[in-house]
Design a protein around this ligand. Structure first.
Ligand code: WQD
Length: 338
């Protein structure tokens, strides 16, 4: 299939491009580079040996999107594009609602106009809000999100459910990611946060590299085995493979399915620090600080539905995640900024 990846220069999308091409698909990329760099696309071309059609455009720009669909016979779309920093969304809610909702609506309208009705959407476990119980299953009631970023993901899920319900010729898969970490084993593509990292693993790698003095552990009084937050960390390559399987599934089904992409195993912040130090032979100094507003005690997936519907399960280990994240950091101390 010929698959359009919106936000295609991003962390998860670049890894998905590599896996899609490896599985025999063709890809087209559109990205406005607000949170990514063209160098990432060049690296994907280097890794795959393919020239990848790519457009610098905003998914909110209908004319630009019409041009892409007119110039390429698109069979399916994976919608990655969106602003995704939780803290930033609390400070800039209108920017997040406008950007993330407008881009999703413009994409769907463009797809419908061009008769393209297979869509995989990059959703997030954050839509579960503060869970009453773990592991999290797709049929659990989502009580409410803790930040505007999460609400945009939740609202886009509802929009896409409505689209599929109104027109059964649509095939929509909503992938709820847990915590993506790691990098391609080549060390040529990886997580490239703008400025100070928001997420745990890129913070750990920059502390280990001496770029930051220490890790601030956001609270050690949670209801977990060691008091620090527990999350379901999933290797980005496993996550990418899940998108390949979701595209195959979308090609053969109609309607809308919600699917968790997680390992089903939770690790605490200190588990991650200790594993990273052990695997890489480095030190990660840390300081226990106050809780971060909006954080939950524990969040990890029940991955059974992905196995049942997609035949997918995570295969990479915590050691793989730590080793590959460190290799990316060491080979690219300034990310894609050469
Ligand atoms: C993980 C754990 C923190 C940084 C978010 C989004 C989710 C997805 C992944 C986009 C928590 C602790 C972190 C630090 C710390 N993003 N931590 N010190 O909050 O689980 O999920 O990112 O799709 O949608 O909600 O990920 O990596 O920020 O935090 O102690 O400097 O690490 O408290 O327990 P989170 P995270």
């Amino acid at each position: 299939m010929n698959i359009l990846l919106t936000g295609g220069a991003g962390f998860i999308a670049t890894h998905t491009c590599v896996e899609l091409i490896s599985a025999g698909h063709d890809v087209v990329i559109v990205d406005n580079y607000v949170n990514s760099q063209p160098e990432a696309v060049r690296r994907v071309e280097e890794l795959t040996g393919r020239t990848i059609p790519h457009y610098e455009a905003d998914v909110c720009d209908r004319a630009a999107m019409d041009r892409i669909f007119s110039e390429h016979a698109i069979d399916a779309v994976i919608h990655f594009a969106g602003l995704k920093a939780v803290g930033e969304s609390v400070a800039q809610p209108l920017r997040y609602y406008r950007n993330n909702l407008d881009s999703a609506l413009t994409l769907c309208e463009t797809m419908a106009a061009h008769g393209v009705k297979r869509l995989v959407f990059s959703s997030s476990a954050t839509v579960y809000g503060v869970p009453d119980e773990v592991p999290l299953r797709e049929d659990m009631f989502c009580k409410g999100c803790t930040n505007p970023y999460g609400w945009t993901k939740y609202m886009i899920e509802k929009i896409l459910m409505g689209v599929a319900q109104a027109d059964p010729s649509w095939s929509v898969v909503l992938l709820r990611y847990f915590n993506p970490v790691g990098a391609h084993e080549s060390g040529r593509i990886g997580e490239n946060p703008n400025g100070l990292p928001n997420n745990l693993m890129p913070f750990i790698t920059k502390v280990a590299a001496g770029q930051l003095p220490h890790l601030n552990v956001f609270g050690d009084d949670y209801n977990t085995h060691d008091g620090t937050g527990v999350r379901d960390y999933i290797h980005v390559v496993d996550l990418a493979r899940g998108h390949v399987d979701a595209c195959a599934y979308a090609a053969g089904h109609s309607g809308c399915e919600i699917i968790n992409l997680g390992t089903g195993v939770g690790y605490s912040v200190l588990d991650m620090v200790q594993a990273f130090e052990r695997v890489n032979g480095v030190k990660v100094p840390y300081v226990i600080g106050p809780r971060r507003p909006g954080d939950v005690d524990a969040c990890f997936a029940d991955p059974a539905k992905a196995k049942r519907l997609l035949g997918w399960e995570a295969k990479k280990t915590l050691e793989d995640m730590c080793r590959d994240a460190w290799r990316w950091q060491c080979m690219n101390p300034n990310g894609y900024t050469t």
